[in-house]
Ligand binder design. Structure first.
Ligand code: FES
Length: 420
């Protein structure tokens, strides 16, 4: 509302009094609905960190003797989703605070090729979740299709393969992890060594290289028992169908340990084989079972390969071997809600929480990301030194990561609420 100054004495006061009536008129004409402020930076932050996205299983495709590829689409574009009533509902289902949460109106968020997502859902009395590396390229996910590969191993993966039909709704946690190429940290040639479903982050990287969203060379050395255990078709990445794959620097070597076949190497991923693919500009990325890490690490050591150029994707912390299984009482605080449950000394606290159906915050499940950071109010516990990534302050003030902590007595803990 403009106020024009007058040169006539006393006129300013008259004009100012007229403004009151004008202001009232404007207020009366303005709708009572709150103003909507949406800044570009908030939109970007929401797109990059959307919290949880509700997704639907679109299809399941067997891809090897023990792996199944699962395609997800955002729930908004899925159809016939099965929630409560089918015995399955998304974590947080029924919680209004979680309803309607989605990235950019139901899109999958952007990620770096090699990152993982956490899938979660309620199955019967339990709340299940697990991290899975993404097979899709970032471009494919932005187009509305996100694929993961699931190996028949563990409760949740077996549940996904055998009991979650197409149409099942799941919560997808935002992409996480630093197992991606970083041109400041990593060399321009990645020697990717994988076994089992550990090939998944490299499939995403190879697609991203082919599409031009990543710019490095990649040699994949994949170890499998037989041809039937290879969960991907190398021709998709290096053959005619791959178009520019080869000239963009993608190379694939498959090593079969229990079968001899034309076009495949036979034996194990030994130092002799590895040195054929190592040049002056090579970093090594490993993803697979722990036994493979130990074997390949020894082989790389024998070559004198610089260990600062080796990176490996960490596996989830599982059950531990104990001489006697003991059950303890676990008291859990989530803000002002208190739960009481039993926890066994051979399973992590996060496993006990999930078994009891408590939706606990979790991402990496290996103690490294700090997302499940929780306070111990009382009680004794055990954390394997190789899985203990807590800061000094965490240790001093008794904070733990429940995904890598086992109870050693009755415990009382304070965990974060799942709603972001
Ligand atoms: S989920 Fe990453 S530290 Fe626990």
């Amino acid at each position: 509302m403009a106020f024009k100054r007058s040169n006539v004495p006393g006129e300013d006061i008259k004009l100012a009094m007229g403004m009151t009536a004008e202001r009232r008129r404007l207020i009366d004409e303005t709708p009572a609905a709150p103003l909507v402020y949406e800044y570009g930076v908030n939109r970007l932050a929401k797109a990059l960190h959307p919290g949880f996205v509700k997704a639907v299983i679109a299809e399941k495709t067997p891809c090897s003797a023990d792996c199944v590829k699962i395609g997800l689409v955002p729930a908004a574009s899925g159809s016939g989703a099965k929630t409560a009533g089918g015995g399955i509902e998304p974590a947080g289902g029924g919680d209004p605070a979680r309803e309607g949460e989605s990235a950019c109106g139901g899109e999958f968020p952007y990620f770096r090729a090699g990152q993982f997502i956490t899938l979660s859902c309620r199955a019967g009395e339990s709340f299940l979740s697990r991290p899975y590396s993404i097979i899709s390229s970032p471009k494919e996910a932005l187009a509305g299709s996100l694929e993961i590969m699931v190996q028949r191993k563990g409760i949740f993966s077996t549940f996904l393969i055998d009991e979650a039909p197409a149409g099942t709704e799941l919560w997808v946690g935002e992409p996480s992890g630093d197992f991606h190429h970083d041109s400041i940290r990593d060399r321009n040639h990645i020697l990717a060594i994988a076994g089992g479903s550990g090939v998944t982050p490299f499939l995403s990287m190879m697609k991203a290289i082919r599409e031009g969203s990543e710019d490095f060379r990649l040699t994949l050395v994949y170890g499998a028992r037989t041809k039937a255990h290879i969960p991907f078709d190398p021709e998709d990445f290096i053959g005619e169908a791959a178009g520019k794959g080869a000239e963009k620097g993608v190379n694939i070597v498959v090593v079969l340990s229990e079968e001899e076949a034309e076009g495949f190497r036979h034996g194990f991923i030994t130092a002799d084989l590895l040195k054929e693919y190592i040049d002056d500009d090579t970093s090594v990325f490993m993803c697979g079972p722990d036994a493979m890490y130990r074997f390949v690490q020894d082989e790389l050591n024998s070559l004198g390969f610089d260990s600062s150029k080796i990176r490996q994707e960490r596996n989830s912390v599982g059950d531990r071997k104990v001489s006697e299984i003991k059950l303890y009482k676990l008291t859990v605080h989530i803000r002002d809600v208190v739960y009481e449950l039993e926890a066994s000394n051979n399973e992590t606290l996060i496993t006990a929480l999930e078994r009891a159906g408590i939706p606990a915050v979790v991402r990496c499940r290996n103690g490294s990301c700090g997302f499940c950071h929780s306070r111990v109010v009382d009680g004794e516990y055990f954390i394997d030194s190789k899985d203990d990534f807590r800061r000094a302050a965490d240790k001093k003030f008794n904070y733990i990561h429940p995904c890598s902590t086992y109870p050693e007595s009755d415990m009382e803990i304070d965990i974060p609420i799942m709603n972001p």
